[in-house]
Unconditional design. Structure first.
Length: 211
């Protein structure tokens, strides 16, 4: 989607929220966007509903990465390669590219693998998922923390977007997974009680039929 795009929103630093200055960038068909002014440089790219960009102001370079839901980008930012906080930005003028709903019918179901990161450490997941006709799926699994149940759904507006809830047996807390589906893989970020976590991946292409 080529044209102008206005970025605005909030970010956190040391536990405090700050307003991201409303900034207009030029978005190319390739997904690349850029802004260069006297004291600010924004250089980024959008690919498969995920986004990476650098924000340089007065020689301070911030690196950001996130996942789109609609036109809202949520993720983490770094300074000097160190995690510094979270952000939620609205890309006014950008909309996720749509894909046909029929891709849902092509998703297999059964046993598969996945993983997530927490504190920079990778945790593997063994999963068993079942897909319903309306794009909703249910499942169960286990990792090094214990057994859990999953429920998820592909967005009614864009079947590439996936929202998943995860609940461990005997625990009340709910972990939210938000990602995008492409080539039988769901990738995104997880969240616990409004605190943004790290990356996760569920590879549905590795699925084996349940016994």
């Amino acid at each position: 989607m080529k044209g102008k795009c206005t970025i605005s929103g909030i970010y956190t630093e040391k536990g405090k929220k700050f307003k991201f200055p409303s900034t207009e960038v030029i978005l190319e068909d390739s997904g690349i966007f850029i802004l260069k002014s006297n004291d600010t440089i924004i250089d980024g790219s959008i690919k498969n509903n995920s986004c990476q960009f650098t924000y340089i102001k007065k020689e301070r370079k911030l690196q950001s990465e996130g996942i789109f839901t609609g036109s809202t980008l949520k993720g983490n930012w770094k300074y000097n390669n160190t995690d510094f906080g979270e952000f939620e930005l609205n890309f006014d003028g950008y909309k996720n590219p749509k894909k046909e709903k029929q891709i849902i019918k092509e998703i297999p179901y059964g046993k598969c693998k996945g993983f997530y990161y927490e504190g920079g450490e990778k945790h593997d997941m063994d999963l068993e998922l079942g897909l319903m006709d309306d794009g909703v799926f249910i499942g169960k699994g286990k990792d090094d923390k214990g057994e859990f149940e999953l429920t998820g759904a592909f967005s009614q507006y864009d079947s590439c977007e996936v929202n998943i809830t995860k609940m461990y047996a005997g625990k009340d807390s709910i972990i939210l997974y938000n990602g995008v589906f492409e080539n039988a893989v769901i990738k995104g970020l997880w969240m616990l009680e409004d605190e943004l976590g790290e990356e996760f991946e569920i590879n549905m292409g590795t699925i084996e039929p349940s016994s």
